[in-house]
Design a protein around this ligand. Sequence first.
Ligand code: SF4
Ligand code: SF4
Length: 94
Amino acid sequence: MSVTTLEEKQYLLRFKCDKKSHLTILNHDVCATQCPDKLCTLFCPGEVYKWEGNRMQVGYEGCHECGSCRIGCPTENIKWEYPKGGHGIIFRLA
Ligand code: SF4
Ligand code: SF4
């Protein structure tokens, strides 16, 4: 018998992650040399982008699919696709 916890019943969002990222940094050198403020680390509400060492790490699993990185990256250096069907964030609207 499966047991549903109170937290599971009350969830507002969940993530069903794909194995492959739907977000791609097109050119890591551009991040390193042309974007001193690393703006994606500021505008992304899911805190998906983390500057570590000299490279942008992309934790696509936490993407809220808001689409901000499609317009927010000043060099258009992020390729954003919808997660494959059945994957990504799941909102409960009740
Ligand atoms: S905003 Fe764009 S160019 Fe700047 S660090 Fe993020 S992905 Fe790289
Ligand atoms: S779509 Fe929104 S939440 Fe997802 S990575 Fe881009 S800015 Fe972050």
